[in-house]
Design a protein around this ligand. Structure first.
Ligand code: HEC
Length: 103
């Protein structure tokens, strides 16, 4: 009788350890539409909001716009904004998406 040693292949998440992930703009847009669109105009084809918050395109066009600063701003939301508890990655993705609107 032959005894086979099962080959256990571990593919769990270990692949992207240690690499710095580039921000995911498409994910940022998805998050913005989900969490921010009630108050902000988050995309060019969005017509209305209920709030008086500035459109993201205007934010992205500001002369002093800075992706890193916006990321940290989003981790510590302003008083009128609900606390969405975004992760660092989510905040960076949204900031990267807003940056594309300003171009
Ligand atoms: C409940 C309404 C509401 C929601 C939801 C909301 N915001 Fe805001 N946001 C505001 C208001 C109102 C302002 C205007 C600043 C103020 O008066 O505090 C603002 C301001 C901002 C600013 C500063 C804009 C600028 O040009 O100075 C950014 C950036 C921003 N919001 C990002 C976001 C993002 C990203 C989300 C979603 C993750 C979000 N907001 C969700 C209400 C909201």
């Amino acid at each position: 009788m032959k005894i086979y040693t099962p080959l256990v292949v571990l593919t769990i998440g270990a692949i992207d350890c240690g690499t710095i992930q580039a921000a995911d703009i498409a994910h940022g847009e998805t998050l913005a539409r989900r969490w921010c669109a009630t108050c902000h105009v988050v995309a060019p084809n969005q017509q209305t909001t209920t709030g008086e918050a500035p459109p993201f395109a205007a934010t992205g066009r500001k002369p002093d716009f800075d992706v890193n600063r916006l990321t940290f701003f989003l981790l510590d939301p302003h008083p009128k904004m609900p606390n969405m508890s975004l992760t660092r990655t989510e905040a960076a993705d949204i900031a990267a998406y807003i940056a594309t609107l300003g171009r």
